[in-house]
Design a protein around this ligand. Sequence first.
Ligand code: GAP
Length: 572
Amino acid sequence: MSDVFDNVMDLARRRGFVWPTTECYGSVAGFIDYGPLGTLVKRRIEDLWRQFYVISEGYYEIECPTIGQEAMYIASGHVKGFSDKMCQCPACSEYLRADHVAEAHQVKNAATLSCEDLARSICTLPCPACGKKLGTVEVFSFNLMFQTNIGPGSQRKGYLRPETAQGIFVDFGRLLRFYRDKLPFGTVQIGKSYRNEISPRQGMIRLREFTQAEAEIFVHPEEKEHPNFRRYAEYAFPLLSSEQQLAEVEAKTYTMADAVSKKVIANEYVAYYLALTHELLVTAGVNPQKLRFRQHLPDERAHYAEDCWDAEIFSERFGWVETVGIADRTDYDLRAHADQSGDSFTVYLQYETPRREKRRIINANMGVLGPKYRGKAKAISDALQETTPGKDGATVTIDGEEIFVPADLYEVREEEVDVRGEDIRPHVIEPSYGIDRMIYAVLEHSYHEDEVEGEVRKVMRFPARISPIQVAVFPLMARDGLDTIAGSITRELQNQGILAEYDDSGAIGRRYRRQDEIGTPFAITVDYDTPENETVTLRDRDSMKQVRVRKDQLADLIPALIRGKVAFSSLN
Ligand code: GAP
């Protein structure tokens, strides 16, 4: 049975958006090629993302290697825990995601079950590949990172990055200096990530090599009020909180101000990026009726996260698909890299005015300590400062040796001192986007069919700024000078940075259909009136209406139409 997925993927392959990779050798699941038009759409979506995060938010972009050394991924927890639960069908030998098999048969909370419980819950279910009953199978954890070696013959392990985020975390110290030692600041990265997914059968949704766009925003742990919260305070859309999910009720619409004050969303930062994500996805072409924000359930949320939401987009084929994750990750990542590397991953923040604080000072009597402990005396004196002495004395550890220092060898005093600031470890707010999933959603939601003159018209209703070809230019006939005029209009638009495509082959109706199918929002036709009165027709893809406009207006008008500064309906 053909559905919108089949139609979209057929169009995507035929017209050069997306196709399977290395087809001549047999394609490999989980890898795709973006064709000429798909690559353009991808760049436009990435640039839209940059417009929001880099240009408007001021979070500059960095680019880190896609191969990382082992220490980084030990710290992040990926070496130990970045795995999915897998089993192998005894009948057809296919490797399967055990939790996906269970989920497909309505087993509740399959993602959080242990290997043993999953094995029990799938033993009566059919294998999705061959249809035979799975029976007794072993379910085990499979690490999703691609491993490699760094350097020839080297034993130094490396991994292809499973997310772009870690590159930003480990650069924290340098970024902090770049942002002049102040909080909050943010940094973004767009690039490839790699996960050796067990059984990717969902086209562009589950890939082994995919593009992420991630922002890491470093904030003071006790200051989670977003400085521009007003921008989205009254912005409203449906939220499916964990409470609503547990009560099995529908998503409910909140303004961001309400959601924060009612504690549905943990803080203004998370709410701000939920709203920004909503605006960005809709601007990119996601149907707002098919977009919801779902909060992670308590047993789904990482133990360290303060709050976590997924932007989920509805697909006719795949149901609700997680496309963006937005989380308050607390100081988990920076703390993990501090512990592993020995660097501090903190920021020294000066108080506005120094604070008077009581400090306990322990002064060792070096006259006695020196002769008694000799070479260790200085280390003991320093270590004493960190202890809480008992009535009789204090115990310190020097080079692994515990030493008891009697109370008469030091003096404890309390002093008032001026404290000018403190070292704090920032918390991280992370919106993390899967660009390929966004592109699939935009393709599916843009696909339309209507009937024109008794024929099916396939049309991709991309927002104009996402369309790969931005305007088509047609001479009505490829002769009588019409082709020369159309050629010079095309060049003039190209000089404005517009991707204009000249096409003079076939009947004009066919040319319109070809451009409709790839989503070109506007078409200019040079006809026999053009040499007479210097006007052309301008056609709108969605309404198929045409208006006559002056040829010398085009260089300003077309960019304004594409950016949405002028509506086609306002012309004539
Ligand atoms: N740094 C956080 C992080 O990586 P994630 O939820 O694992 O979080 C973020 O990934 C987004 O990356 C997802 O919401 C999804 O859109 C995309 N993504 C993850 N795995 C993917 C895959 N195998 N294929 C395509 N996109 C994927």
